[in-house]
Design a protein around this ligand. Structure first.
Ligand code: OAD
Length: 255
C-alpha cells in the first residue's frame, strides 16, 4: 500500500500539478544531473557546457555534447512513470504537467500541453537572431560523449545554431514560468517527482503550491529534508506512480 491518504487526496483533487525532474526520465535510461556516480554533473563541468560563454568559447564541444544527449533521448522510450502521468490526465478534472526536463518523453507517453521550464533539446535556434532551426532525426548516428560536432548555421543570418535549453545564468521562458506558477498556485494536489529541488526558480514551485494550500507530495528514491507540511513517498517514480493511481482509481486495466 502506497498511502491511502495520498490516494484519497488524489481521487478528490480538482486540479493536480505534476512537476518533474530528471528522475522521472531516469528509468528510460536518461542520466540525471546530480545522482552520485551516474549524474551528468558528476562527469561533466556545467561551466564548460551549459552557459552562453561556454558555447561561444567552444561551440563544437557544446554542440557535440547536446547532440549526444539528444540522440540518447531519441532512442529512449517513455517509462511507466511517464505513462501513469499521462493516464492521470484522464482521471482528474484538470492536470498540468510542468517539467524541468528537456526531453519529450512526457509528450511521447501521451501528456498534452507540457510546460517546459528549461526548454527542449528538440527546439534549437540561432544564437544570434533566434530563428528556429529544424534538426534531422538521426538516431542511428549516436555520437560518443565528448564528440566535437560543428553546430549547423542559421539559414537566415549564418549565426551558430544553439540548443533550445535554458543555460545557467539565463531566464526561464516567460510564458512557461508564468503558466507553471499559476498552476502551482491554483492546484490542490502537487506531485513533485524525481527532482533534487536545488535549481531555482523551478524549485520554488512546490513552495508556492504549499503556500496556496495544496497537498505537496515528493516522490523520490532518495530521502531529503522537507517541511512538516509536505509528504514524501520514497521509491522509484514508475512504481510509486502506478501504485498511487491504482490505489486512487482502482483497477487501471479495466478503465
Ligand atoms: P537532479 O539530477 O538534480 O535530481 C534528480 C533527482 O531524481 C534526484 O533527487 C534523484 O534521487 C531522483 N531520482 C533518481 N532516479 C529516480 C527514479 N527512478 N524515480 C524518481 N526519482 C529518481 O535533476 P533535476 O532536479 O531535474 O537544469 O535538476 C534540475 C535542473 O538542474 C535540470 O533541469 C538541469 C540541471 O542543471 C538545466 O539544464 C537548466
Amino acid at each position: 500500500m502506497i498511502s491511502s491518504t495520498r490516494a484519497h487526496q488524489l481521487r478528490g483533487a480538482k486540479h493536480v500539478v505534476v512537476f518533474t525532474g530528471a528522475g522521472a526520465s531516469a528509468e528510460s535510461g536518461i542520466p540525471t544531473f546530480r545522482d552520485a556516480l551516474t549524474g551528468l554533473w558528476e562527469h561533466f563541468d556545467p561551466a564548460k557546457l551549459a552557459t552562453s560563454d561556454a558555447y561561444r568559447d567552444d561551440p563544437a564541444l557544446c554542440w557535440g555534447w547536446y547532440e549526444w544527449r539528444r540522440h540518447k533521448v531519441v532512442k529512449a522510450q517513455p517509462n511507466e512513470a511517464h505513462r501513469a502521468i499521462a493516464d492521470l490526465a484522464k482521471r482528474v478534472p484538470k492536470l498540468t504537467v510542468v517539467t524541468q526536463n528537456v526531453d519529450d518523453l512526457h509528450e511521447r507517453a501521451g501528456s498534452q500541453d507540457v510546460i517546459h521550464l528549461h526548454g527542449s533539446l528538440h527546439s534549437p535556434r540561432c544564437i544570434d537572431c533566434g530563428k528556429a532551426y529544424t534538426l534531422p532525426f538521426t538516431p542511428e548516428a549516436l555520437p560518443e560523449d565528448g564528440s566535437r560536432i560543428d553546430p549547423p548555421r542559421c539559414t537566415a543570418c549564418h549565426g551558430y545554431v544553439r540548443p533550445g535549453v535554458v543555460w545557467f545564468g539565463e531566464m526561464l521562458p516567460e510564458d512557461a514560468w508564468s503558466a507553471g506558477l499559476a498552476a502551482a498556485e491554483e492546484c490542490d494536489v502537487f506531485l513533485s517527482i524525481g527532482t533534487s529541488g536545488v535549481v531555482y526558480p523551478a524549485a520554488e514551485l512546490p513552495l508556492r503550491a504549499l503556500g496556496h494550500g495544496a497537498t505537496v507530495v515528493h516522490i523520490n528514491p532518495v530521502r531529503f529534508d522537507i517541511s512538516g507540511r509536505e509528504h514524501f513517498l520514497q521509491g522509484p517514480a514508475s512504481v510509486l506512480m502506478q501504485g498511487l493511481l491504482s490505489e486512487a482509481f482502482g483497477d487501471l486495466s479495466a478503465q
